[in-house]
Ligand binder design. Structure first.
Ligand code: SF4
Length: 491
């Protein structure tokens, strides 16, 4: 039988940060089995496609990639192909019906089984395993406790919660990722401590609705007697509160993670506007490690459309919460998500969106033209679908407004000295490196001594475009903390 140590793998991700983080875990699992990264998909022995059904044309992209892999497998029959993630969770056995060369299909609740399922398929033939839900007690089902193969050494994602209790009409997440489950407070702090010990200085807390983190934990604990496990489950602040009032713990978690020795930057994505509580804003304001960046998805500026989307806030409420955050946090960048052409969106609704966008003065935004996702409420609103040309026109108008506000916010930074963490060589300019400011803005700086990935530097901003800044190095303030990987040549 072939030794696993001879095998190489490639993981391809089609999706959001949650999916990218799952992919890191899948790579970690495969490496724990002795596999090594392949130079390319075409050279890999094991190919995992980690899918997402939120993004547009997810099906087309997946089946396009599988078509290519069919030809590859015809020439190299020992190659194994696995499909996991949201689309696999949703489409299940349809994947192997449409693409019989797929060896393994797994869903969102059993990422931790990827390597075992591949081994099973090698011995017994094609496998499909989709679980209906994540078992809270099954800690391994959580991506964050699996071995990881991270893309960057100085920063890491930390999943604090999976699933979502909301029911936005356009979103498939609740049906493919299940209800919200928060990981224990103490486990997340310990995970960040371990990352910091490994040299990580920046963490991004991930969840579908991060600011409701912990509500489920405290709801469960309130019916139990107080005990020593409370601090691990819900943190010291909640455990020492005699009222045992159920509440979200996100603000407490931000403070605790900011206090971990070695962590210099804490980011999070995404908060839901309806749950952006004053405690979270306060925790952001008083915890210096929490970066001054808020990604607050708007989706639409029309109250009528927000209601049809089941978003749980009005445009006025959204702007009030944004104003409160801006009042509490100095120099905060704000980004958002907007859907153009949700079913039934009229010209008047769209005008409301433009008004809110202009008032919010976003630094940037991810904008999407509505496209129906099978299995969502919005997908059944056929009669109200907005004409494609109208959507394209609205999208372009929105882009123009956003470009204006993005350029204004960027130009306002010229002349400032910003703290930048270096990410690596610039993609298109060999003599430049890129880094990120605390506001998550991309900065290009001339490459130079000490500007290695993970180093911190002070940079004076000299120029600004819509999507990036340019600057001159003032000084390197900290070397990378992670150990440098030195390739070892075999004898
Ligand atoms: S809050 Fe809405 S958009 Fe976000 S994951 Fe939950 S259902 Fe989807």
């Amino acid at each position: 039988m072939e030794s696993p140590t001879e095998r190489s793998y490639a993981v391809r991700t089609y999706g959001c940060q949650m999916n990218e983080h799952d992919s890191e875990r899948i790579a970690g699992l495969l490496e724990a089995e002795g596999m090594v990264p392949a130079a390319s998909v075409d050279e890999a022995d094991v190919i995992v496609l980690n899918t997402c059904c939120i993004r547009e044309n997810a099906d087309n992209k997946l089946y396009g990639a599988l078509g290519h892999l069919k030809a590859l497998k015809a020439g190299r029959p020992n190659v194994q192909v696995a499909v996991g993630g949201c689309l696999a969770q949703k489409d299940r056995d349809q994947i192997q019906q449409r693409a019989s060369h797929v060896d393994v299909v797994f869903g969102t609740h059993n990422v931790h089984r990827a390597a075992e399922l591949l081994a099973e398929a090698r011995s017994h033939g094609p496998v499909m395993e989709i679980l209906e839900e994540t078992v809270r007690e099954d800690a391994e089902a959580f991506p964050s406790v699996l071995p990881t193969q991270r893309d960057a050494d100085h920063k890491a994602w930390v999943t604090i919660q999976i699933g979502c209790d909301n029911s936005c009409a356009f979103c498939i997440v609740p049906s493919v990722r299940g209800p919200e489950i928060s990981r224990p407070f103490g486990e997340k702090v310990a995970e960040v401590e371990s990352l910091a010990a490994d040299g990580v200085t920046e963490v991004t807390l991930l969840g579908q609705n991060v600011n409701s983190y912990g509500r489920d934990l405290t709801l469960r604990l309130r019916s139990l007697d107080a005990g020593p496990a409370d601090t691990f489950e819900a943190g010291e602040v909640w455990a020492s509160d005699p009222t045992r009032r159920p509440r979200p713990l996100f603000a407490d978690l931000l403070t605790a993670i900011g206090a971990v020795d070695g962590i210099r930057r804490v980011r999070f994505t995404s908060p839901h506007p309806k749950d952006l509580r004053p405690e979270t804003i306060e925790a952001m304001a008083v915890t210096p490690e929490v970066c001054e960046h808020l990604h607050l998805p708007l989706q639409s500026g029309s109250d009528r459309i927000l209601s049809a989307m089941h978003r749980g806030y009005t445009a006025e409420r959204y702007l009030e919460r944004l104003a409160a955050a801006r009042a509490g946090i100095d120099d905060m960048a704000v980004t958002t998500d907007i859907i153009v052409g949700f079913p039934g969106e009229t010209d008047d609704d769209f005008e409301r969106t433009l008004e809110v966008v202009a008032e919010a003065g976003y630094d940037s935004a991810y904008c999407f033209v509505f496209s129906p996702r099978g299995g969502t409420e919005a997908a059944s609103m056929h009669r109200d679908f907005v004409d494609h040309d109208v959507c394209v026109d609205r999208f372009e108008r929105l882009q123009r407004v956003l470009k204006r506000s993005g350029t204004i916010t960027h130009r306002a930074r010229i002349g400032r000295i910003e703290e930048v963490v270096i990410e690596g060589p610039a993609k298109r300019e060999a003599d430049q490196v890129t880094g990120r400011t605390r506001q998550n803005k991309l900065v290009h700086v001339a490459a130079g001594e000490g500007l290695r990935a993970g180093a911190y530097a002070r940079v004076q901003i000299t120029d600004a475009a819509t999507h990036y800044l340019r600057g001159d190095l003032v000084e390197v303030t900290a070397a990378p903390r992670h150990r440098r990987r030195i390739p070892v040549a075999s004898a």
